[in-house]
Design a protein around this ligand. Structure first.
Ligand code: DGY
Length: 427
């Protein structure tokens, strides 16, 4: 790997550090975000293990009494971001948003332990009950009927805000006449063409209003809220994280916890099958109220390998699908199939490539022996960073960087890969 880029990546993490927690990027996202922090910990672990654990510790300072770890923790009011703490009204200390985000933390903790020593094991042990409580929250509050399929109540909960996956759920939402007037701040720092539309924002705010008005009663939100969809991303990431948590439970001799986690895993493996869309030949998002499927493959569909989900026929179809998609891009893996009408190469989650998604895809493919495909995606990611810098996301056709600059998780992934491989294998 290039030592200059490695230094730059290190510098980005240090500059985005706000004292114990890291912002994803200055201005656009000035608070602590959930899965961004998990990837920040991965990046810090390459050069400062203490700082890596601190990132996770501060993330769990935002955990709610019911176990949820919110998607944003607001440590101070910052006028650069909308919607801030006054809109969410979580009633918690520190203030936070009212829903969660993909639970990658357990998998990052396992990685930190396996690349560390006894001190890392002790830190993991302290965090274990908190992570367990969070997974329990997902399996109960987001799957109140115990179906094995975990839902999301807001596109923001998936972390893939404006992916066409969510058009199905969003299209059923009527924006109420009394929705508060608001001013977006994201388009002050990023071109509107690279961000969600105003019609999507109206619906995001409508869902938020429902949660706030029922005082974040999670069961009510799941049962009666404006939006409830299953996300292959959350489903696969949680399943993977459960497997990693089970590994920790075994190491720490926590047999009761282990049995419960095994039960979650069993249920989730079955639940994944409800996301298989035969028409597309892939795992796709699905509306949990109407049963309607999203109709294209995404980068997140590829996390079936990371989760250990799907049978061998399904995986073979994913691989062939993936190769067809990659042949239509200069850089993989796009967040929406470029052959579909809804593909937009530079608009956030409607086409662009994301480094942290690629990191998880590569890990899963490698573990499943799909080494050629894994290496192609890893090298594409490195070529993007080399060509354009540490952007939030990248155009799969031109390779241009978009969204926020000097982005924490892009830097973190570069650092993680710089540790994983000898320099002879660099791009
Ligand atoms: C945003 O504000 O764009 C975030 O993605 C919401 O989490």
């Amino acid at each position: 790997m290039h030592s200059e880029l490695r230094d730059q990546a290190t510098q980005i993490l240090l500059e985005n550090d706000r004292g114990g927690y890291t912002v994803p990027t200055a201005r656009l996202y000035p608070y602590q975000w959930n899965w961004d922090s998990a990837f920040a910990a991965l990046g810090f672990s390459v050069f400062d293990r203490e700082r890596a654990w601190l990132e996770l510790d501060t993330l769990f300072e935002g955990q709610w009494a019911d176990g949820m770890v919110p998607h944003i923790i607001f440590r101070r009011d910052d006028p650069d971001y909308f919607p801030g703490p006054a809109i969410w009204q979580s009633g918690t200390t520190p203030p936070s948003s009212g829903h969660s985000q993909p639970p990658v933390v357990a998998s990052i903790i396992r990685h930190l332990m396996e690349t560390g020593g006894p001190a890392d094991r002790e830190r993991a042990k302290v965090l274990f009950p908190k992570v367990y409580a969070w997974h329990n929250w997902f399996h109960t509050m987001r799957d109140p009927d115990g179906t094995g399929l975990v839902g999301i109540v807001h596109p923001w909960e998936s972390g893939r805000d404006n992916c066409p996956d969510w058009d199905i759920g969003l299209n059923t939402i009527d924006v109420p006449g009394d929705l508060e007037r608001y001013e977006r701040r994201d388009t002050d720092s990023v071109d509107a063409e690279e961000r969600p539309t105003s019609s999507e924002y109206d619906r995001y705010l409508t869902i938020l209003k429902f949660g706030r008005e029922c005082r974040w009663d999670h069961i009510k939100i799941a049962r009666d809220g404006p939006f409830f969809m299953a996300d292959p991303g959350i489903q696969f990431i949680l399943l993977r994280a459960d497997r990693d948590l089970l590994h920790l439970a075994e190491l720490f001799d926590l047999a009761d916890h282990g049995r419960q986690i095994e039960h979650w895993i069993e249920r989730s493996v079955d639940g994944c099958q409800s996301l298989w869309n035969e028409k597309v030949g892939s795992f796709c998002a699905r509306d949990l109220r109407s049963g309607e499927f999203s109709n294209a493959m995404t980068n997140i569909s590829m996390l079936a390998f990371y989760a250990g989900a799907g049978g061998s026929d399904q995986r073979a179809r994913l691989v062939s699908h993936a190769n067809n998609i990659l042949d239509r891009c200069h850089y993989g893996f796009p967040s929406w199939d470029p052959r579909d009408d809804k593909f937009e190469s530079k608009r956030y989650w409607r086409g662009p490539v994301w480094a942290m998604a690629n990191y998880m895809i590569v890990q899963g493919l490698t573990e499943c022996g799909e080494l050629g495909l894994a290496e192609r995606i890893r090298l594409d990611t490195l070529r993007l960073i080399k060509k354009s810098g540490f952007f939030e996301y990248f155009d799969p056709i031109t390779g241009d960087g978009h969204g926020g600059t000097d982005f924490t998780w892009t830097a973190a992934i570069y650092l993680a890969w710089s540790r994983a491989r000898p320099s002879s294998q660099a791009a």
